[in-house]
Each structure stands twice: as C-alpha cells, then as structure tokens.
Design a protein around this ligand. Structure first.
Ligand code: XMP
Length: 518
C-alpha cells in the first residue's frame, strides 16, 4: 500500500500504544503501518519509509528479554521519533544513559521546557504530559541535546537535528498530553518533511485503483450485514467496478428495526447496486424452534447463514460456471490484520459479522478496508455518501437479536425485542449519547413478571437496558446513563412496547460480564 516515502513505520516494542500511535499519525494525514520490533534494517529500507516511530514498551531496556531493534536501522538516515521505551532504547543504543532511579512517573506530569528548540517550539514553558515510566534517561544520545525535563525525568525530550533523531519520555499519542498531537505532526511534517496527503479522498482513490487492478473485469460478490464495515467495503468496490458488484443481504428476522429497509434504500435505491435480498426469517425461526442453549443458537444461525449464502452463490454460477463471481468482498480492518499477525492473508474469523463464510466455495478475497482503522472506515463511508445512521451504527453481533433473547427465539419474542431495542436506541440518540457509547441496546430475558396496569394485573416480560462504554470490546464499563434518561426509556418501553411491563438496568462491566447476554 505504501507509496515511496509516504509511509511511517511504527515499530511495536510491545506497548499497548502502538495502534494508537499509528492512528495519530494517520490523523496527521500521513499513512502509517505497524511493524514488529524484529524487523531488519533491510526490511525497513524496503518499505522506503519517510520516518520511523519507536513505540513504548512494558519493560526496562536493561531487563533480560527486553525488546530491541536492529541497530543498523539507525544508519538508514531515516528520521526517528522514540516514544517512552523507544526513546530510552535510542539513548541506550546511541551513547546516552538510562538509569533505574527507582522513582518512576505514572499519569499526568508537569513538563518544563528547559531549552528553546524547533522541536518543542510551540510549547509553553510548563505543560501537562502523560507519563508511564520506571527508568529515566539521564543523558541523551551522543550528539543530541536535552530540551525538557520533569521532576523525575532529567531528559524528558531530546533531539539531534543533524541525524533527525527525536525522543520523548512522555506519550504524545495520549490525549492527556497537551499538544501531543501537534508534536507528532511537527515531527512528521517538519522534521521528516512528509507531505500530509493521507486524506479521505486519497484513501478512496488509492483503494479504488487497487480494486480495479485486482478485479479487472471479473464479477464480485459482497455479503452485507447491515453494519458499517461491509457497507463501506461494498460502496468502495462499487465505486471501483460498478455493476460488476452484486450484494447479498440475508434477512434473518433477527436484525435491528429498520435495518433491512435501510440496506434496501441505500444500496438498491441510492447507489443502484444489484442487491439480492433474501428474506429468510421463516427458515431461521424454524431452525431455532425449541432451542435455548446459547452456543447451539449461534451454531444454527451461522450454519444456516452459510447455507443460504451458498445457495445464492451457486445460483449466480459460483463453482458451476466461469461467469459467476470470482471475488468475495470482506470488510477486514487493519486491527484484524495486525492481530492475525500475518500482515497478509487474513483468516476469516468465525466471529465475523456475517457469521463466517462457506469454505468450499472458491473465492478470492477482495479486502478494500484492510489498511484502515475503524474511524477511517467511518470517515470514508461518509465521503462515499453512505447515510449517517449506517456509518455510525454501533456494533451488532452476527447472530443478531438471538443472543439478546434469553431462552427460545420465536418470531413473537424477536418482535418484542426489536420494538424495545428501537425505543432504547431512539432515546439514546435523542440524548446525544449514541456515538459515545460502544453499544446500547435492549435484552429480553426468559422470565415474565407480575405487574399492574390500569385496573388490571399484567404478566409480561421485563426488558433490560444494556449500555456500555469501551474502546475495543475486550473490556467494557457499564454506562452511567442519566437517571432521567433511564426513566424516559422505561416509561416508553412499558407504554409503547406490547408484552413489556417492567424495566431493569444492567450494571455489569466486562469482565466479569460480557457485553451481550449470550
Ligand atoms: P461479548 O458479548 O463477548 O461481545 O462481550 C464483544 C463484542 O463482540 C460482539 N459479538 C459478536 N460479533 N459475531 C459478531 O460479529 C458474534 O457472534 C458476536 N458475539 C458478540 C458484541 O456485540 C460485542 O461488540
């Protein structure tokens, strides 16, 4: 993907921050890729990077097994920015000193600029930075000058203008560091003289060209899930190869309110994309009859989805004629690529939104989003003209509402949950919280409770409100929704959704809970 001199390599030294650094570089409109610290100088040179950033790391540079980099990388004459552990590594490798002073700094720390320089030229004499270090740099690399300090870090920032080497003990990628993003941009645009050309339109241009080159005049198939990734991938492929693209949307009957209509409206009517809309709700409810075990539900839904997709693909001639689609679009994102550790050939996750895909169908993958982070996918989606409601949709599990219906999944219970979910989402949106929450939805348990409405006794289902904040779904915190909002949601659920007479709020974080109920 990299164009010569346009890529920044972020060397992952084992920190939780490498992805964040890579994203911040992109926010400065420069393309970035994460590479392992084992990368050799020759491999680095082959990427022709415009700059290198060494990330933080969890260890001390003197600890046994501490990560290091190929020292020949320093001789490549490429500007380097070391962050935290990365800066310590530069100090250790290049003639400075790092010492275990026994007094680390963690969290917000006051930084004093001790010497004027173009490196920190826009910084106030004192500012707040985010620190997380045990060891401290006590002398900068040979030829570098120290330009800032904190109470416990005598050399909190250094640079060597000659060699274009920069180091900061603090974390500029973290929002708590004032002017952190500016420092990254200054390093990229001024020190490394990189052109800020990574924009939504350049992303689209690059990807469209790649898709055209890959696909040629062949047919392409894309399974839409209703979610943002497959939608953006489809829109991008459509821009590249127009009516060579066919989309398939399998309505399982377990989708959110309006989801199927929106897919129709957007893809068929707005984009004029050939859309095969399979209305398969009956098949899914039949297959789920009497099933209460969560894992069995998932398995049944996943397998049926694949079977239906296979039927469609075979109807189109896949595997039976050479006219059928040869390529299959996948909405793989950059974090999936990094996590799979390969950098190539993403394995299709069974966890994938469309519930995994047929193994024996012979497709080549077309993955127009594999270089992008989620926020870039959304921005590109907006640029491509996809509706806001689709682009900003919260994540939704492949098995759909089924994993939010405890007990048997019937058409009636799915309808209750879909109506309840629409109310929760509507109120969360009205309160302006939809984008801030990772997910917010309704859950239907398998019990009914007694209530009283008007003069009569009711015996109906409760609805549980589930709302969480999270960065990546690995951990999550239950969202502290304002009580007034909870009350409004509860009133509407009970008044508007038939079959509901009680509302509860889930106050479980992850761990120990999961986000979904099943
Ligand atoms: P849990 O419930 O494990 O969910 O905390 C973590 C995230 O994954 C989503 N999720 C799924 N996504 N297929 C998917 O594509 C699935 O089977 C599935 N199960 C859970 C969930 O919505 C949350 O964002």
């Amino acid at each position: 993907m990299s164009q010569t001199g346009d890529v920044v390599l972020v060397v992952d030294l084992g920190a939780q921050y490498a992805q964040l650094i890579a994203r911040r570089v992109r926010e400065a409109h420069v393309y970035s890729e994460i590479v392992p610290h084992t990368i050799t100088a020759a491999e680095v040179a082959a990427h022709k990077p415009g700059a290198i950033i060494l990330s933080g790391g969890p260890k001390s540079v003197y600890e046994e097994g501490a990560h290091s980099i190929d020292p020949a990388i320093y001789d490549l004459d490429i500007p380097i920015l070391g962050i935290c552990y990365g800066a310590q590594l530069m100090a250790r490798d290049l003639g400075g000193t790092v010492e275990a002073t026994g007094r680390g700094e963690y969290g917000r720390t006051s930084l004093s600029v001790t010497r004027e320089s173009h490196f920190l030229s826009t910084w106030a004499k004192e500012s707040t930075v985010w620190m997380s270090h045990g060891d401290s740099i006590t002398a900068p690399p040979e030829g570098a000058i120290s330009v800032a300090s904190t109470l416990e870090a005598p050399v909190a920032a250094f640079f060597d203008p000659e060699q274009r080497r920069y180091g900061v003990q603090f974390h500029p990628e973290v929002v708590h560091t004032e002017r952190g993003q500016e420092l990254i941009a200054t390093f990229l645009h001024e020190a490394a003289e990189m052109i800020p050309s990574w924009t939504n339109s350049s992303i689209i241009e690059t990807e469209v060209a790649k898709i055209k080159a890959q696909v040629g005049s062949e047919q392409v198939l894309c399974a839409l899930s209703g979610g943002v990734d497959s939608a953006v991938a489809a829109a991008m492929v459509h821009k590249a190869v127009g009516d060579q693209l066919t989309c398939v949307f399998v309505d399982t009957g377990l989708m959110r309110s309006n989801e199927a209509d929106q897919v129709e409206e957007t893809f068929r009517r707005q984009f004029h994309i050939e859309l095969i809309h399979v209305k398969a709700a009956d098949r899914f409810f039949d297959a789920l009859e009497g099933v209460t075990d969560p894992e069995r539900k998932r398995k049944i839904i996943g397998e049926l989805f694949i079977r239906i997709f296979e039927e469609v693909a075979r109807d189109l001639g896949v595997g039976t004629s050479d006219k059928g689609p040869r390529f299959l679009v996948q909405g793989t994102l950059y974090p999936d690529v990094i996590e799979s550790g390969s950098g190539h050939a993403a394995n299709i996750k069974s966890h994938h939104n469309v519930g995994g895909l047929p193994e024996d169908l012979d497709f080549e993958l077309c993955e127009p989003l594999r270089a992008l982070f989620k926020d870039e996918v959304r921005a590109v989606g907006e640029e491509l003209g996809l509706p806001e409601a689709l682009v900003w949709r919260q994540p939704f599990p492949g098995p759909g509402l089924a994993v939010r219906i405890v007990g048997e999944v019937t058409r009636e219970r799915a309808e209750i949950l879909r109506n309840a979910d629409a109310v929760v989402v509507d109120e969360i949106r009205k309160a302006g919280l939809y984008r801030d929450l990772w997910q917010s939805f309704a859950v239907l348990p398998a019990v009914r409770t007694v209530g009283v409405m008007g003069d009569g006794r009711t015996y109906a289902y409760p609805i549980i409100i589930r709302a969480v904040t999270s960065d990546d779904a690995m951990t999550a915190d239950w969202a502290r929704l304002p009580y007034d909002l909870v009350e409004t949601i509860a009133n509407r659920l009970i008044n508007e959704v038939e079959g509901v007479n009680r509302v509860a709020l889930d106050v479980t974080s992850k761990p120990p809970g999961t986000i979904e109920w099943e």
